[in-house]
Design a binder for this molecule. Structure first.
Ligand code: ARE
Ligand code: CA
Length: 604
């Protein structure tokens, strides 16, 4: 049968022009169920679909483009335009024979189907504010991010090392020095160390660094905050932070800090107060205490995850807690000039806090970036009222299964990515933080069984696919490491030949993203899938004329108009791309870049 799905809400409905007039609508039909899909639309207070088209102002019909497919659905896309930006619309569908239906089918509100438009209610977009276009800071779209786990990146100031700090492994040793489970050493990395390495990051083409938490806390990871308003003394102080940020800004690098608002540390003043005074504490409602007196083992209060006593869960819906935490964010924006925040355990925090934070932070600085940490589908948080973007772990899963373990075929990779892509809409799609790994996952190289060519191919894919490309420190030199904490080994600053090869690739990819706007904000279009050969190819189309002018670091006119064809060969044999099938006649190849190495001889 024919299944149809559309809802008049983001991301199936999104204004494409910021001004709130032109509307992109996406509908989906069961895969293979429709031959053609179109939209009848009109200004909301005018037009009737059963009255011949053209009589009413703004009324029109457009054919949809088949914009993508996943395992279950065909996705149909169209752009609508009426002068007021207030719409009503209906879809029509030409079903395929396999559905057993004949004749035109109309689809209206609640995805109701009928033979005659008059019997259906149209979908409505009553006012543009009802589907506010999520506004994403321009600088984040298609940017190159670099994640730093501060204690393990670079020790710029041995003078602030905490007692018991271990020596940095000797060159060549770092990536072999496994960190055993259950041990929690310090290596002395700090903000001075980050500052010292900024020129290195600039040489790679990094647009922004994201630092895991830096506020005062007893652990090496600092997710158990003791004082949100102080930099941890092992990392530096407020002045070191300010200096590091200023230096980054001079090199064109933005700085994103980690905000851990789901829980505090057990040394946080408010929690100490509750632990001491019990029910008499003025902060008792800041936490979820189950029984008094407060005990730690087992915890008599709610915590992060399961009974992590050092991380009492904060009541982020409470107005005082919200006020306090928002002031923390504003403090670091004002006093250190940070450009954005990564929000820890963001899916477990009250949306009330995120909405308030977004309003306050945007008022302070219109281009501040908010990235939610979440391991699953982030759509509900990305509608424009909470976060701008999210760590794209579902994307990582699809990429690991294809490139690292080889568990899936090209068609499956693409289906999964299409499901994710249609779970957001541009410009959010281009700000999603695509990552191969982080301080919470085994390193990609480990999952790839140590085969560096897989890391190279996946890295090329990461920079070629829409979204922020976030590199976890050390992955650019092919570092190894298993589950947390082994994925947090000290940075290898003297990489061997394999590491250097990946490093040069990352540098080239960074340059490509800066040279070709299509890689940052261009659309994506499948060109070729060959499961037998393990090959896939896709286009990144040049952004619409005019759009590239807004692009940071606006490129040469020729590169601004360029499209990019990406061909991935994960198979064992070289592959001849049938030129006619992917390259339109008259097209000229201006530049090319290859990755993969011996095991994948023809990847390009
Ligand atoms: C310790 C152990 C871990 C254990 C964890 C939970 O080392 O092996 O899984 O406790 O009991 C910080 C430290 C961690 C430390 C943790 C607790 O960095 O080393 O881990 O504190 O002391 C889920 C959450 C996600 C969270 C991860 C860790 O949804 O938000 O778990 N990530 C953030 C940070 C962490 C940080 C914290 C939260 C706490 O990025 O670094 O941990 O502030 C599946 C599930 C996910 C799960 C994911 C990873 O995919 O779907 O929900 O994420 O696995 O475990
Ligand atoms: Ca130090």
């Amino acid at each position: 049968d024919l299944v149809f799905d559309h809802r008049a809400e983001w991301p199936m409905v999104a204004f494409v022009d910021g001004g709130g007039k032109r509307l992109r609508v996406v509908a989906r039909t069961s895969r293979g169920g429709a031959r053609e899909v179109g939209v009848w639309f009109a200004e909301r207070y005018r037009g009737e679909p059963h009255v011949p088209a053209g009589e009413q102002a703004g009324e029109a019909q457009v054919l949809c483009r088949l914009a993508g497919q996943d395992r279950q659905w065909d996705y149909w896309e169209a752009e609508l335009s009426v002068p007021t930006g207030r719409y009503k619309y209906l879809f029509w569908i030409v079903p395929t024979r396999q559905t057993g239906r004949t004749g035109l089918v109309w689809a209206g509100d609640h995805s109701d189907l009928g033979a005659c438009p008059g019997e259906l209610w149209p979908f409505e977009v009553p006012h543009r504010l009802a589907v506010e276009a999520p506004s994403v800071p321009e600088w984040a779209r298609g940017a190159f991010f670099y994640q730093i786990f501060v204690d393990r990146f670079h020790n710029g100031d041995p003078g602030n090392d905490p007692p018991g700090t271990l020596p940095w492994p000797a060159p060549g040793e770092a990536h072999r020095a496994a960190v055993p489970r259950g041990s929690h050493p310090f290596y002395g990395g700090d903000l001075a160390g980050v500052a010292e390495k900024l020129p290195y990051l600039a040489s790679l083409g990094v647009d922004a660094v994201y630092l895991t938490p830096i506020f005062r806390s007893p652990s090496n990871h600092k997710y158990d905050t003791e004082d949100y308003l102080a930099v941890d003394p092992a990392f530096g102080d407020a002045a070191t932070l300010q200096e590091m940020v200023d230096r980054a800004h001079r090199l064109g690098i933005r700085v994103v800090l980690d905000l851990v608002f789901n829980h505090s540390g057990d040394r946080f003043f408010a929690f100490r107060d509750v632990a001491e005074k019990g029910e008499a504490s003025a902060y008792r409602e800041w936490f979820f205490v189950r029984r008094y007196p407060v005990t730690a083992s087992p915890p008599s209060y709610e915590t992060f995850a399961t009974d992590v006593a050092s991380m009492p869960k904060l009541n982020t819906a409470h107005p005082e807690v919200r006020r306090y935490l928002i002031d923390v964010a504003l403090h670091w924006m004002r006093h250190a000039g940070v450009d954005g925040f990564r929000l820890d355990v963001a899916n477990e925090v009250s949306p009330l806090l995120w909405r308030d934070l977004r309003a306050a932070a945007r008022a302070e600085r219109p281009d501040v970036l908010l990235i939610g940490e979440i391991f699953h589908q982030a759509t509900p948080w990305l509608r424009g009222d909470q976060w701008d973007s999210a760590m794209n772990y579902p994307w990582r899963r699809a990429v690991v299964d294809f490139f690292a373990t080889g568990r899936t075929a090209p068609s499956r990779l693409w289906e999964r990515l299409e499901t994710l892509r249609f779970g957001t809409a541009p410009p959010v799609t281009e700000a999603m933080v695509n990552l191969l790994g982080s301080h919470d996952t085994p390193r990609f190289r480990r999952l790839a069984g140590g085969e560096t060519w897989r890391l190279e191919l996946a890295t090329l894919f990461q920079f070629a696919y829409p979204g922020v490309a976030q590199v976890y420190y050390g992955d650019e030199v092919a570092m190894d490491g298993g589950d947390d904490p082994d994925c947090r080994r000290p940075m290898e600053w003297s990489p061997g030949p394999e590491g250097l090869r990946v490093l040069e690739l990352v540098r080239a990819l960074g340059q490509w993203r800066r040279t070709y706007p299509c890689l940052k904000t261009g659309g994506v279009r499948l060109a070729l899938l060959d499961d037998a050969a393990q090959v896939l190819a896709f286009w990144r189309d040049a952004p619409a004329p005019g759009a590239e002018r807004r692009q940071v670091g606006a490129a040469h006119p020729e590169s601004a108009r360029a499209s990019c064809l990406v061909v991935i060969n994960r198979g064992r044999f070289s592959y001849e791309v049938p030129a006619g099938s992917v390259l339109p006649p008259g097209h000229r190849v201006a530049a090319s870049l290859a990755a993969g190495g011996a095991a994948a001889p023809s990847a390009s």
